[in-house]
Design a protein around this ligand. Structure first.
Ligand code: ATR
Length: 285
């Protein structure tokens, strides 16, 4: 079957995702789906930017009329340094996943991952930010998630294999943050209403695809969230379901973090509905 040709004119609005590698990204599939659905004359392309070329690539896109770009591994910190202006959440996160190129030639950086997670938890598990959350991991994703939770008044505890990195993160984000050693969080789980895995444990191709945890100490209201989305159901989420806890996979966060960029570049707020999930899932293994 031949693919239908989208209508793209000389006035098409352009955006994309910059990373290295970038071929794994689901963002082109998602944004082009939304563009078609809203009948927008626009294109969203993968941009494989070789290490060392980030700044020149961004300057080139900006000067070629791109509306903006999403930023993925390994450039989120470099995009933070590149942006002329930052929104407060990007400032707190020290990273940028969405760049907007304004008509006056300046660029503005946003960090939408944490808000994306909260929107996905609200949609899929009726999560209302409150109480205490336990965040596993202390990398860039953990920082975005913790910053968004703190902003909504949630106390956040970070646990990480390398404890010093958890302490560093807690110090950076300040009030409302605490830490637990990696070998101590399972037995303290009863104190939390939300658990978020931001490590690559359980991810296809990650350090340990079989990784799971003992959720025996969880209280019955615990929501278990994994930002990994390949596979869509990690061993941790399966264990949560087995214990009849609410389990939320990472795909919703991916879809929700994308909405803000799409709205700023193309002027339409897209829906994250079942059809959107189905479209992006159909391309995942
Ligand atoms: P990102 O910026 O996407 O969060 P990252 O900075 O590489 O990615 O962070 C990966 C996280 O997974 C880290 O918290 C890492 O723990 P360390 O800080 O101790 O490296 C965690 N991680 C990776 N492999 C792990 C393993 N085998 N056991 C426990 N944690 C692991």
């Amino acid at each position: 079957m031949s693919r239908s040709v989208p209508e793209i004119t000389g006035k098409a609005q352009l955006a994309g995702v910059a990373g290295w590698p970038v071929s794994h990204s689901r963002s082109p599939s998602l944004h082009n789906y939304w563009l078609a659905r809203h009948d927008i004359d626009g294109v969203y392309v993968p941009l494989a930017v070789r290490p060392g070329n980030f700044r020149v690539a961004m300057d080139g896109l900006r000067m070629s009329g791109f509306r903006g770009v999403n930023i993925t591994i390994p450039y989120k910190e470099e995009a933070f340094r590149y942006a002329d202006r930052l929104d407060p959440m990007a400032e707190r996160c020290g990273s940028v996943n969405t760049l907007v190129f304004h008509p006056d030639g300046t660029s503005e950086g946003f960090s939408t991952d944490g808000a994306g997670l909260l929107a996905s938890l609200a949609q899929e598990a009726d999560y209302v930010p409150q109480g205490r959350a336990l965040v596993l991991g202390a990398g860039g994703a953990a920082r975005s998630v913790a910053a968004a939770l703190l902003e909504r008044g949630v106390d956040v505890t970070v646990s990480n294999r390398t404890f010093s990195k958890a302490e560093e993160l807690a110090n950076i984000l300040g009030d409302g943050m605490s830490t637990l050693p990696w070998d101590a969080w399972e037995e303290r789980l009863g104190a939390f209403s939300l658990l978020v895995n931001t490590t690559s444990l359980g991810m296809h191709g990650g350090p340990d695809e079989e990784w799971c945890a003992d959720l025996g100490h969880a209280n019955e209201k615990l929501i278990v969230s994994d930002i990994v989305y390949v596979p869509q159901e990690t061993p941790l989420l399966r264990e949560a379901q087995r214990r009849r806890l609410q389990a939320v996979g990472g795909l919703g966060m991916l879809l929700h973090q994308a909405r803000a960029g799409f709205a700023m570049w193309f002027g339409v707020e897209p829906e994250v509905d079942e059809a959107t999930f189905a479209h992006v899932m159909s391309g995942l293994s």
